[in-house]
Write a protein that binds this ligand. Structure first.
Ligand code: NAD
Length: 325
């Protein structure tokens, strides 16, 4: 197949997979398959820059927007993350960053497998909750988010900025997911493919009392705004914990490559025992001035990367469950 045709084919397929995943919450392929196709498209686009297209799935965040909610513009764009399944590529990221910034610290975190949310606080109160959408605009799901008990409606303390945003991941605990799917099967409804899809689908329901009954939870992993307490991501997250935000304890500030690998090993080992799904680890440059210096691409920051675990993804997990019973 000629490169142009293959590029077009990949774009068309990936756009459709994005729609099924983000809007319908019924993925047609595994994440690994999706990532491999996206990678192939990236490589073709690099080799044949004459086919560059600003609308290519390599250039845009897969959108979750529907017409059922009010669309709201993000004050600070919500980006994706560059991802890799290879430790060599993670090492390249580490080498590139340390070369550009000198000795630097990295915040290493779990990659929660849910759906991204941006929470706006004004005067210490939650005023808006918006999905990532296409990164620029998202769906206003405030009424649904207010039902999530791990999200504070009013903050503790009084040293928060007058206006700021917390970003995090809304997820469905595994036990809640299993019970929900059992219920769905009993009443003859199609079960959700995995907890991620169940969380994303639930967040977009029209009836907030059903959302409340689904017991979603949320981990916050970033702060955005002006006048934040510190110039360090790590310190701000610790501060956010004092204000009542749920911040994971499984985070580590690392300086050396060995420390980063140590975190990834621990995260991979911890994974089966956690009550929620994680699909990797995220390595982020800690200092904001260095983050700004490294900048971002159209789709993702250059100061962070997600290392994805190789183990089975959602679809294969479903299949293996079917085979084991
Ligand atoms: P992503 O899920 O790979 O990474 C970005 C997201 O990670 C963020 O938006 C955030 O929601 C989340 N995240 C979790 N923990 C985090 C933390 N500690 N810090 C920062 N962010 C954290 O990227 P994406 O753009 O949301 O989705 C693309 C990926 O989704 C693809 O690589 C693929 O794996 C999957 N996908 C699958 C299909 C499919 O059909 N199976 C379709 C589309 C996308």
């Amino acid at each position: 197949m000629a490169p142009k045709e293959r590029i077009e084919e990949l774009r068309e397929k990936l756009n459709e997979y994005n729609r099924l995943y983000y809007v319908e919450n019924t993925p047609a392929v595994s994440d690994r398959q999706f990532d491999e196709m996206l990678r192939e498209l990236q490589e073709l686009e690099q080799r044949y820059p004459e086919y560059y297209d600003v609308n290519s799935p390599t250039q845009r965040v897969g959108s979750d927007m529907t017409n059922r909610f009010e669309a709201v513009r993000h004050r600070y764009p919500m980006m994706s993350l560059a991802n890799t399944y290879s430790l060599e590529e993670l090492r390249e990221f580490y080498d590139r960053v340390t070369k550009e910034t000198g000795d630097t610290e990295f915040a290493c975190e779990l990659k929660f497998d849910g759906t991204a949310i941006s929470l706006t606080y004004e005067e210490g109160r939650l005023v808006r909750a918006v999905t990532r959408g296409d990164g620029t605009m998202g769906d206003d799901v405030t009424a649904n988010v207010r039902t999530i008990r791990s999200i504070p409606l009013v903050l503790s303390g009084d040293d928060w900025p007058r206006y700021f945003e917390m970003r995090g991941e809304i997820y469905m605990p595994r036990a809640v997911f299993a019970a929900l799917n059992r219920e769905k099967e009993e009443i003859g409804e199609q079960p959700f493919a995995n907890p991620r899809n169940a969380a994303a689908g639930t967040l977009k329901l029209q009836n907030s009392s059903v959302v409340a009954s689904r017991r979603l939870e949320c981990f916050l992993y970033a702060m955005a705004g002006e006048g934040l307490p510190y110039e360090s991501h790590w310190e701000n997250l610790n501060k956010a914990r004092e204000w009542g935000f749920r911040i994971s304890d499984h985070m580590r500030l690392c300086r050396t490559w060995e420390e980063i690998i140590g975190f990834i090993d621990d995260a991979d080992r911890l994974r089966p025992n956690l009550p929620y799904d994680t699909d990797g680890a995220v390595v982020k440059v800690d200092r904001y001035d260095l983050q700004r210096r490294l900048g971002s691409t159209a789709k993702a920051p250059r100061w962070a990367v997600a290392y994805k675990f190789k183990a089975e993804q959602a679809l294969t997990r479903l299949v293996s469950v079917e085979f084991s019973v």
